[in-house]
Design a protein around this ligand. Structure first.
Ligand code: ATP
Ligand code: FE2
Length: 323
C-alpha cells in the first residue's frame, strides 16, 4: 500500500509519500515566510494554493510513483488555522476527485507522535509534545491483541500558553525576532540562575506567571538578558521534566519521546535525558527532518487510522485525545 499525505495546518505545505511498512519514499515541503508581519491566514492559504501543484509533482517524482500507484490520500484535518485548513482541504479534494482516491482526514498532533514512534521503532512511549501552541504529556492506550491504533490520553498539559509561545513572547520583549527559541538558547549559555515562579499543579504546568515575572525583572533592569533566558529555560524545562517523570512513574512505561519544535533545544534534551537515566528509562528524540511539519507524518497517521476516518472536511480545534 502507498499513501500520499498532505500537510497544510499552518505555514507549511508539504506532501509525503509512505508505504504501509513505514518507508518514506518522498517528503517535500514549502513554507510561507514573512519578514515582520507574522502569520496572515489568507496569505498562507494563497501560498499553499500557489505551490501545491509543484510540491505534488516533486513528491511523485522523488518517490518514483504515479497517481495510479497511490492507494489513498491522507490530509491534515486539524487543528490549525481555519482558512488555511479549508484551502488545503479544497486542494486535496480536487486531487481525490480527479484521481478517484479516498480521503482520510487525520489529526496533525497525533501525526507528530506517530512519526516519532515509527522512526525510533518504539513500542509504547510517554510522549512529551512541546511546540509553539502545545505543551502536553501524552500516553496511548495499548491492550493485548489490540488491532486498531489506541486512543491517546493527555495526562497533563499547560493551563495557559504553550512553552514555545511563552519563549517567543519573551523573545519579543527582548527584541530577538521570531521564533525566539534558538536565539534564547544561545543567550542562555552565558547566563546564571535567578529564581522564577515554578508552577506545577498535579500533572499540569503554567507558564504565564513565569513570563510576567521575567518581563518585570527585565523592564526594571533588575536582571540581564542572559540570566533571564537561562533562568526562564531552566525553570520551564524543569517543570516539563517533572510532569514527564511523573507520567513515567504512574504509567510504568520505560521510554520518553520528545516531539515538537522546542525539542530542538539541546539543554532541554540534556535535562530530559538525565531524568530518564536516573530512573532507568530511555530518552528519544525525532530527527530534524521529521520533527517539523511535513507530509510524511500525515501519510503515516492516515495509514494507521485508515479504517476509522474518512473525508471529514476540517476540524480547526481537534485535540489529540478526541481521536
Ligand atoms: P504544532 O502546530 O505542531 O503544535 P507549532 O507550529 O506550534 O506546531 P513547532 O514548529 O513545533 O510549533 O515549534 C515552534 C516553536 O519551537 C517556537 O515557539 C520556537 O520558538 C520553538 N523553538 C525552536 N527552536 C528552539 C530552540 N532551539 N529552543 C527552544 N525553543 C525552540
Ligand atoms: Fe506541527
Amino acid at each position: 500500500m502507498i499513501i500520499l499525505g498532505c500537510e497544510h495546518t499552518a505555514h507549511t505545505f508539504g506532501i509525503g509519500i509512505v508505504t504501509d511498512k513505514g518507508k518514506i519514499l518522498a517528503n517535500v515541503k514549502d513554507s510561507y515566510t514573512s519578514k515582520d508581519v507574522g502569520m496572515i491566514p489568507h496569505e498562507i492559504a494563497e501560498h499553499h494554493e500557489k505551490c501545491s501543484e509543484r510540491i505534488l509533482k516533486e513528491a511523485l517524482k522523488s518517490a518514483k510513483v504515479e497517481w495510479k500507484d497511490i492507494d489513498f490520500i491522507a490530509y491534515s484535518a486539524g487543528p490549525g488555522l481555519d482558512p488555511v485548513l479549508w484551502r488545503g482541504y479544497t486542494i486535496v479534494s480536487k486531487w481525490a476527485k480527479e484521481n478517484q482516491k479516498k480521503l482520510v482526514g487525520v489529526n496533525h498532533c497525533c501525526s507528530h507522535l506517530s512519526i516519532g514512534k515509527l522512526w525510533n521503532k518504539m513500542k509504547d512511549p510517554v510522549y512529551l509534545y512541546v511546540s509553539g501552541v502545545n505543551t502536553q504529556v501524552i500516553v496511548q492506550e495499548s491492550k493485548k491483541g489490540q488491532k486498531k491504533e489506541g486512543k491517546y490520553h493527555v495526562l497533563g498539559e499547560t493551563l495557559d500558553i504553550g512553552l514555545g509561545n511563552m519563549l517567543d513572547k519573551f523573545g519579543r520583549i527582548l527584541d530577538l525576532g521570531f521564533p525566539a527559541g534558538p536565539r534564547m538558547e544561545q543567550l542562555a549559555k552565558k547566563g546564571k540562575y535567578i529564581e522564577l515562579p515554578y508552577i506545577v499543579k498535579g500533572m499540569d504546568v503554567s507558564f504565564s506567571g513565569l513570563l510576567t515575572k521575567a518581563q518585570q525583572l527585565f523592564e526594571r533592569t533588575q536582571a540581564s538578558k542572559e540570566d533571564l533566558c537561562f533562568s526562564l529555560q531552566e525553570t520551564a524545562f524543569a517543570m516539563c521534566a517533572e510532569v514527564a517523570e511523573r507520567a513515567l512513574a504512574h504509567s510504568g512505561k520505560k521510554e520518553l519521546l520528545l516531539v515538537g519544535g522546542v525539542g530542538a533545544n539541546k539543554r532541554f534534551c540534556e535535562m530530559l535525558n538525565l531524568m530518564c537515566k536516573e530512573r532507568g528509562a530511555t530518552f528519544y528524540q525525532v530527527p530534524m527532518d521529521l520533527a517539523g511539519d511535513q507530509g510524511a507524518m500525515i501519510a503515516w497517521e492516515g495509514y494507521l487510522r485508515r479504517d476509522s476516518y474518512g473525508d471529514m472536511e476540517v476540524n480547526p480545534h481537534w485535540r489529540a485525545d478526541e481521536v
